[in-house]
Write a protein that binds this ligand. Structure first.
Ligand code: SAM
Length: 193
C-alpha cells in the first residue's frame, strides 16, 4: 500500500495515542452509542490503529475483527487483539455479509477512495447491518495553540508530505447514502482527554 497516510501512520504507530490520548476516549464514546451486543455479534473495525475502537468493542462484548493499512499499527495492536490484519479499507479480505457491525474511527475522511471503502463496508455487512464512523469536527471554541487539539494536529502535520497537509472536504452523510446505506444519522461526540 503506497497511500501517503499509510506511510504517516507507519511512522507514528508507536507514539500515536500517547501524545494526545483522546482517541481511546472517542473509541469508548463511539462504542457506547451502539446497541448492546447479543452473544456472537460480529464487529469489524476498519483502520483500527492502536485499537481505540476495537478494544472498546471487545470490552463491550462484541466479537471483534480488525484491519488497518499500516503494518506498524497492526503489529502493535496484534499484541492485544490477535484478530487484526493488514488490509486496505477499499479491499476487505472477507466474504460478503460476514459482520453485523462495521466501525471506522477517524478513518473514512482520510481515504483516497472513501466511496469504494464504504461500498466494501456494505458488502461485508449482513443485510440490515450497522456501520458507525467518526470523523473530526471543529476544535472546541476557545481552543488555543498549546492545547491538546493543536498538539495532535502538530504531531501529524510534522509527518506529512507538504501536498497532503490539507484533508479534502468530505461529507459523511452523502458518502454513506451514496454507498447504499439507509437511515443515516449523525451524532456529536465530545471528549476532553
Ligand atoms: C486517525 S487513525 C484512527 C485509528 C483508530 N481507528 C482510532 O480511532 O484511534 C487512522 C487509521 O486508519 C488507517 N488507514 C489509513 N488509510 C487506510 C486504508 N486505506 N486502509 C486501511 N486503513 C487505513 C491508518 O493506518 C490509521 O491507523
Amino acid at each position: 500500500m503506497t497511500d501517503a497516510w499509510i506511510e504517516v501512520f507507519d511512522r507514528v504507530a508507536e507514539s500515536y495515542d500517547t501524545v494526545v490520548p483522546f482517541f481511546s476516549s472517542f473509541g469508548r464514546l463511539m462504542i457506547a452509542e451502539l446497541p448492546p451486543p447479543a452473544e456472537g455479534t460480529r464487529l469489524l473495525d476498519v483502520g483500527s490503529g492502536a485499537g481505540a475502537v476495537a478494544l472498546a468493542a471487545r470490552q463491550r462484548g462484541y466479537e471483534v475483527s480488525a484491519v488497518d493499512g499500516s503494518t506498524a499499527m497492526v503489529t502493535r495492536l496484534a499484541a492485544t487483539l490477535p484478530a487484526v490484519q493488514v488490509a486496505d479499507a477499499a479491499a476487505l479480505p472477507f466474504d460478503d455479509a460476514g459482520f453485523d457491525v462495521v466501525t471506522a474511527g477517524f478513518v473514512v475522511h482520510l481515504l483516497t477512495d472513501s466511496h469504494a471503502a464504504l461500498r466494501e463496508f456494505k458488502r461485508v455487512l449482513t443485510p440490515g447491518g450497522l456501520v458507525a464512523c467518526t470523523v473530526p469536527g471543529p476544535l472546541s471554541e476557545g481552543s488555543e495553540p498549546g492545547d491538546r487539539g493543536h498538539e495532535l494536529f502538530t504531531e501529524f502535520v510534522r509527518h506529512l508530505p507538504a501536498e497532503d497537509t490539507i484533508v479534502p472536504p468530505f461529507d459523511p452523510d452523502a458518502a454513506l447514502t451514496a454507498a447504499g446505506f439507509r437511515d443515516v444519522t449523525r451524532k456529536h461526540l465530545e471528549a476532553e482527554s
